[in-house]
Design a protein around this ligand. Structure first.
Ligand code: C2O
Ligand code: CU
Ligand code: CU
Length: 478
């Protein structure tokens, strides 16, 4: 079966929002090779210990014709080098801030302890300063990302360019017939939109409380990028890295593609699509089989009616590999008996956005959940303003399973691990949540301006056998 549906509720797509900035065809920008971020090289490898340095820095990038654009990135002028991690390895990461303002380094999707290693707002790295963290990677192969998380400047810092792909590998995924030659048949596709003013970013000028958008579509920081296809099958690690925009992806020829992974890794079974919508921070790994194309053909990836990048087909060897019907096993969650359902409510738009009726307070623990327990959460998006909007709900410190949407089955590509789920207006999404590591973790709307306004809360995952105290910073210490 091939699905031809975006599944989300069309009446609340971002394009119906008053502040929506339509993407425009960038006819003024010539095609150029798609930027493929380099893979970050370790500083040192010592048995099972691997050392990395990640530096948030300023740079300049040729984005539009003419003057270069001042941009920010991790070990790069824009976005960042791709960080490749392997399950079971102990990582030591030296985080360096060469910016002129405080930032944090958040591992979105990684199950590492909060609030420090995880890099949320309690883990500032001051200008000129650094911080050292370490963790053992103990989750399956997946595509994650790092981005800043300082309160309340996340949205602007991401807008300026900070975002890098994190590729997690493991031995189980390595056995599956997936393309995995990074940069050749396995590439990140980081989707963002921006505006430029005399070729420069100006976050304030473009700011919108419901999420800042720009008229240019960028993939990996490239406008009108072209990727040279040299293999029959290409794996795209698609990340919605936008502050606000939803991406409704399809090819110009309605070419089909197969989703093999969601946020938290391999799906139980591949799902075939011609259309795929991603809300902010969601990831989807898809395989596109260009076996029906010949050298010289061009296939264009679109969002709505806007071309965003091209795949130029070259010579390739036939690849007859077949995906198995079953990719991995994800057991139905065993919900801990006797616990109430946790209900969390996202409401409002603009300055009225709230999580459980409140604005974020860095020093308030909003909830507690025992580590090891599997708890049902009902994530509610009230439809109380102007028809409402989709809020992408994200949790730190765990990957959850989506059980239902308004009591009905989740979408066909939602049977794998997720850390971000788009919740339609008027909808309740039921998820099963388990924390395995004690700590304090954020959960929030991933429209970055909503997060910065305060549509965010924090939960303590506690260990009943050990009391931990946390030094929670206040906003003034940021
Ligand atoms: Cu990707 Cu708390 O964020
Ligand atoms: Cu996160
Ligand atoms: Cu929101």
């Amino acid at each position: 079966k091939v699905y031809n549906d975006y599944f989300f509720d069309e009446p609340v797509f971002d394009l119906h929002d008053g502040g929506y900035v339509p993407l425009e065809k960038a006819d003024d920008v010539p095609d150029k090779p798609l930027n493929i971020p380099a893979a970050l090289k370790p500083d040192k490898v010592d048995g099972n210990d691997v050392y990395y340095t990640i530096t948030a820095q300023e740079g300049e990038t040729q984005i539009l014709p003419g003057a270069k654009t001042k941009t920010w990135g991790y070990n790069a002028a824009l976005l960042g080098t791709t960080i490749v991690l392997k399950k079971g390895v102990h990582y030591h990461v030296h985080l360096v801030n060469k910016l002129t303002e405080v930032t944090t380094f958040h591992w979105h999707g990684l199950n590492v302890t909060g609030p420090i290693v995880d890099g949320g707002p309690h883990a500032p790295v001051y200008p000129g300063g650094s911080r050292d963290i370490d963790f053992t990677l103990d989750q399956p192969a997946q595509t994650d990302w790092i981005h800043p998380h300082p309160c309340p400047n996340t949205a602007r810092q991401v807008w300026n360019g900070l975002a890098a792909a994190v590729v997690v590998t493991d031995d189980e995924e390595a056995k599956l017939p997936f393309p995995r030659n990074y940069g050749v048949d396995d590439i990140p596709v980081i989707l963002q939109d921006r505006n430029y003013h005399d070729n420069q970013l100006d976050y304030k000028a473009d700011y919108d409380m419901d999420g800042t958008e720009g008229k240019y579509a960028l993939v990996n920081g490239t406008i009108n990028g072209v990727f040279d296809v040299t293999t029959q099958k290409v794996r795209l690690r698609i990340l919605n890295g936008s502050d606000r925009r939803e991406w409704r992806l399809h090819f110009d020829d309605e070419h089909e593609f197969t989703q093999i992974a969601s946020d938290g890794g391999t799906l139980p079974a591949p799902v075939k699509f011609t259309k795929l919508m991603l809300t902010c921070a969601e990831r989807a790994e898809v395989i596109v089989d260009f076996g029906d194309k010949k050298p010289g053909d061009v296939v264009t990836l679109m969002t709505d009616n806007i071309p965003i990048m091209k795949f130029k087909i070259g010579e390739y060897a036939a690849d007859n590999s077949v995906l198995p019907d079953k990719l991995t096993t994800i057991d139905a969650p065993e919900v801990t008996p006797g616990l109430p359902v946790t209900r969390t409510v996202m409401s409002g738009m603009d300055d009225q956005v709230r999580l459980d009726g409140k604005l974020f307070d860095m020093q308030r623990i909003d909830r507690k959940q025992k580590i090891g327990d599997t708890v049902l959460w009902d994530v509610v998006n009230t439809n109380d303003m102007d028809g409402g909007m989709i809020h992408p709900f994200h949790m730190h410190g765990c990957q959850f399973l989506v059980l239902s949407r308004n009591g009905k089955a989740p979408y066909p590509n939602e049977h794998g691990w997720k850390d971000t789920v788009g919740v339609n207006a008027g909808e309740t999404v039921r998820i099963a949540v388990q924390f395995t590591k004690f700590g304090v973790y954020m959960y929030h709307c991933h429209i970055l301006e909503h997060e910065d306004t305060g549509m965010m809360a924090q939960i303590e995952a506690y260990d009943p056998n050990e009391k931990h105290t946390y030094h929670l910073l206040s906003m003034d210490e940021m």
